[in-house]
Design a protein around this ligand. Structure first.
Ligand SMILES: Nc1ncnc2c1ncn2[C@@H]1O[C@H](COP(=O)(O)OP(=O)(O)OP(=O)(O)O)[C@@H](O)[C@H]1O
Ligand SMILES: [Mg+2]
Length: 400
């Protein structure tokens, strides 16, 4: 997010004069046009993959804001939207601002004027994403949501990345994704980002860790999630001591509303230290007997650690196929309810391979729906009018 690199702009929609805007921006050194799409509803994956930092949306409507089109853009990107329309549309400014649109540009305009608005939108959005000066949006301490499974490949990282995106984009919470699969963490690659720094740099730094320092070690994803990636080299994992981790959690809880933690498929020092700070633990199971047996053992370990039962939640991943085991039997075997179920769906590995979380590529996917319910339940949006709690109760899926 350096100020010197051109700002990635995606143009959607149609309006008189938008073609001239596009031509002007194409030659401008401070802007990089990363794509165009007349119909935002059909632009989903293209728009998500473009990593656009600002969206210019053209509309010929002069008396109303095209809310369905704006919603389609919002479904795939958190980038600020600038509405571009004709001069007779100045009456829609109020409606546009209350719909969360950054600004309205009335055409015709000089390219430099449009670039100025683009730069302003980008600077404000980047400031918001960096969390400067590093305080959570509410005075309440951030909540730590940890995903764990005793079985490799059960979907922890995929679920953690998408859950973080949902907290950041749909719930508008300041969200940190902390990759504590310290040897083979792949959260950054699943989100399609190439971080400059990892948790290794943070633990090696001499500087006292505070909110400002933490902001220098995270990488902002286009969804708004901040990512603290695992070390690049497996041998550096052991440098992440429990003491440094404890300090990191303390500062992260001050700086973020939600900290989503991805873990390796075994208990070790950092995982135990994480459990001490975990508000909500999601145990990820799959529909096979060995995994369920190992979750049973995990529950016994949690008992020994006195990890409270009310903070434990069971998610079954890749349900839907007939494998001779059903959720009821799993509930009986584990003596706890299956609270969340995520179906097996082809789109998930496709999105993983593209580096675009399914929560951005296709908000209608069943994984996104289930994780949306889970987000509502685990960390309800602070209720202005009790709405968050109501939603959480509605979304909870307990037993069958
Ligand atoms: N609901 C799902 N439907 C289809 N594929 C899925 C689903 N959930 C996860 N996968 C796929 O399973 C694979 C393993 O997922 P993931 O890497 O998230 O597991 P993990 O538990 O983090 O593994 P590890 O223990 O190795 O870190 C990925 O390719 C992912 O796309
Ligand atoms: Mg993983």
């Amino acid at each position: 997010m350096s100020n010197s690199s051109p700002i990635k702009v995606f143009i959607t929609g149609a309006a008189n004069g938008l073609a001239e805007v596009r031509e002007g921006l194409a030659d401008h050194p401070e802007v990089e046009l990363v794509g165009t799409a007349a119909d935002p509803a059909k632009a989903g994956p293209k728009l998500a993959e473009s990593a656009a930092q600002v969206i210019l949306h053209g509309t010929s409507a002069t008396d109303h804001v095209p809310l369905a089109e704006i919603e389609a853009i919002r479904a795939v990107t958190a980038a600020p939207i600038i509405l571009v329309t004709s001069a007779s549309a100045n009456s829609i400014l109020g409606e546009a601002l209350s719909a969360g649109i950054f600004d309205v540009v009335l055409l015709p305009q000089l390219t430099d004027g449009i670039v100025f608005t683009v730069k302003k939108a980008h600077a404000l959005a980047a400031g918001r994403a960096s969390g400067a000066p590093g305080k959570a949006s509410s005075s309440v301490e951030g909540k730590v949501v940890t995903l764990f499974s005793p079985k490799g490949g059960s979907g922890k990282t995929t679920l953690a990345c998408n859950l973080a995106v949902i907290f950041a984009r749909r719930h508008q919470r300041r969200t940190l994704l902390l990759d504590l699969d310290l040897q083979f963490g792949d959260a950054a690659i699943m989100l399609g980002i190439e971080p400059d720094k990892t948790i290794y740099d943070l633990v090696m730094a001499r500087r006292e860790l505070d909110s400002d320092a933490l902001a220098g070690y995270v990488t902002a994803h286009q969804s708004g999630v901040h990512v603290m990636p695992a070390p690049l080299r497996p041998e550096d994992a052991e440098l992440v001591t429990e003491e440094r981790l404890g300090h990191l959690f303390a500062v992260a809880k001050e700086s973020y509303d939600v900290v989503v933690v991805d873990t390796p498929p075994f208990f070790h020092g950092p995982v135990l230290s994480t459990l001490d700070r975990t508000d909500q633990l999601v145990l990820v199971g799959t529909m096979d007997v060995p995994t369920i047996k190992n979750i049973k053992l995990t529950l016994q370990t949690l008992d020994l650690l006195h990890f409270p039962k009310e903070r434990r939640h069971l998610l079954l991943n890749r349900t839907g196929s007939k494998v001779g085991l059903n959720p009821k039997e799993i509930e009986r075997a584990l003596d706890m309810p299956v609270e969340f179920e995520v179906e097996s769906e082809r789109e998930v590995p496709v999105s993983v391979n593209r580096g675009v979380p399914v929560a951005l590529a296709n908000p209608r996917a069943s994984m996104v729906k289930a994780l949306g319910d889970m987000a509502d339940t685990l960390v309800p949006v602070p209720a202005k009018s009790g709405e968050g709690d109501k939603k959480a109760r509605r979304g909870r899926r307990i037993g069958r």
